[in-house]
Design a protein around this ligand. Structure first.
Ligand SMILES: *[C@@H]1O[C@H](CO)[C@@H](O)[C@H](O)[C@H]1NC(C)=O
Ligand SMILES: *[C@@H]1O[C@H](CO)[C@@H](O)[C@H](O)[C@H]1NC(C)=O
Ligand SMILES: *[C@@H]1O[C@H](CO)[C@@H](O)[C@H](O)[C@H]1NC(C)=O
Ligand SMILES: *[C@@H]1O[C@H](CO)[C@@H](O)[C@H](O)[C@H]1NC(C)=O
Ligand SMILES: *[C@@H]1O[C@H](CO)[C@@H](O)[C@H](O)[C@H]1NC(C)=O
Length: 323
């Protein structure tokens, strides 16, 4: 009985040394953000002293997609995986990992087969594709909500201005405001449609640009509204609001430039705070206008009756003094 055990033990020991042991990686993931994909293949017990002892084959879907003949130092990628390569310098350390461009990567099971003289081994690694959204869901919502809100608030200001204006000359001026506001609204809506949540793409990036950049028009519109609205003009409060809005716009454009070409942006909060400040400035503008408008209504009747003769009196007095 003992000889049998010895033979079995020797046999298994022999078999063990005849096999290459490959570390098992069940799967690797890649996303839209990887430019290249690395499929790991690590031989744990490599003993080769020269590349000529090694031969590497990678298989996908029952076909060899890449072979490396160590004796000839010759990599041979399949035409459909033309960017596939291994790193011969790492091969003697047992690293037969395959790298390829994302464009050539296909999700599925890849088999790595390594031969070292008479020893050989293989392992299967699954390549998975994972969808990642460009911005997080919350960021997506805020990026669209803030500019929309700012535009709505502009229309609120516009409404107040047109209701309060009496002279038809001023009303004609508001037609220009209306057209500019309408174009802005349409552009931002188109931007929001292009920007619909999903992976990074040039379409989404241009959508984001269409949402953010045109908000510069809101600054001009708010300025125009302040100038047209009765009893506002360039007060220190309206100047402060406009400065705040310029600041918000600058922040959001800086945020945009940091995010627009990045697959996984980290400066979303900067962009969003800029857009939030723009919306806040529009809100303050609306509140300010509403406030002065109601104030004016209560003060107006006596003032209107008194102001004109008073002004005429002042003018004539001034003229008399000048002379
Ligand atoms: C491969 O597996 C061996 C044994 O399980 C472990 O000691 C080694 O660290 C692994 N190497 C790598 C690169 O994962
Ligand atoms: C994709 O990129 C990520 C982050 O750089 C990396 O951790 C991952 O291993 C890459 N995936 C593949 C399959 O190479
Ligand atoms: C390349 O891919 C095409 C379509 O996927 C397939 O028909 C063809 O056989 C592949 N070529 C090779 C050499 O595997
Ligand atoms: C294998 O080689 C590749 C390419 O040099 C490297 O990126 C990877 O980290 C290596 N893997 C290990 C486990 O050393
Ligand atoms: C890859 O192999 C694993 C294990 O055999 C299996 O569960 C999985 O469905 C395979 N994946 C593909 C894409 O065929």
């Amino acid at each position: 009985m003992w000889p049998l055990v010895v033979v079995l033990l020797l046999n298994s020991a022999y078999c063990g040394s005849a096999q290459l042991i490959l570390n098992v990686t069940k799967f690797v993931e890649y996303t839209n953000c990887n430019t290249t994909v690395l499929l790991p293949c690590i031989v744990y017990n490599i003993e080769a002293t020269g590349l000529e002892e090694l031969f590497v084959k990678w298989k996908f879907g029952g076909k060899y997609i890449f072979t490396y003949d160590g004796a000839k130092r010759e990599p041979k990628p399949n035409i459909n995986f033309s960017s596939a390569k291994i790193f011969p310098d790492d091969l003697l350390k047992g690293n037969a990992s395959l790298e390829m461009n994302k464009e050539h990567a296909i999700p599925g099971n890849y088999t790595c087969e390594v031969t070292e003289l008479s020893r050989e081994g293989d392992t299967v690694v699954e390549l998975k594709y994972r969808l990642v959204s460009w911005f997080s869901p919350n960021e997506n919502i805020l990026i669209v909500i803030f500019p929309m809100l700012a535009i709505l608030l502009f229309w609120g200001q516009f409404g107040i201005v047109t209701l309060k204006l009496n002279s038809s000359i001023m009303k004609e001026k508001t037609i220009l405001l209306f057209v500019a506001g309408l174009v802005l609204t349409i552009v931002v809506i188109v931007g929001a449609i292009l920007f619909i949540p999903g992976e990074y793409s040039t379409k989404r990036a241009s959508g984001l640009g269409l949402i953010v950049v045109p908000t510069v028009v809101l600054i001009l519109l708010q300025y125009a509204v302040f100038m047209i609205a009765p009893a506002i003009g360039m007060s220190s409060f309206s100047i402060a609001i406009l400065i705040l809005q310029v600041l918000g716009f600058v922040l959001s454009v800086v945020g945009l430039s940091l995010c627009v070409s990045v697959c996984a942006p980290v400066h979303g909060p900067l962009l969003i705070s800029g857009l939030g400040i723009v919306a806040l400035a529009e809100l303050l503008g609306l509140v300010y206008m509403k406030f002065t408008a109601t104030n004016q209504r209560t003060i107006q009747p006596p003032r209107k009756a008194v102001e004109e003769p008073l002004n005429a009196f002042k003018e004539s007095k001034g003229m008399m003094n000048d002379e």
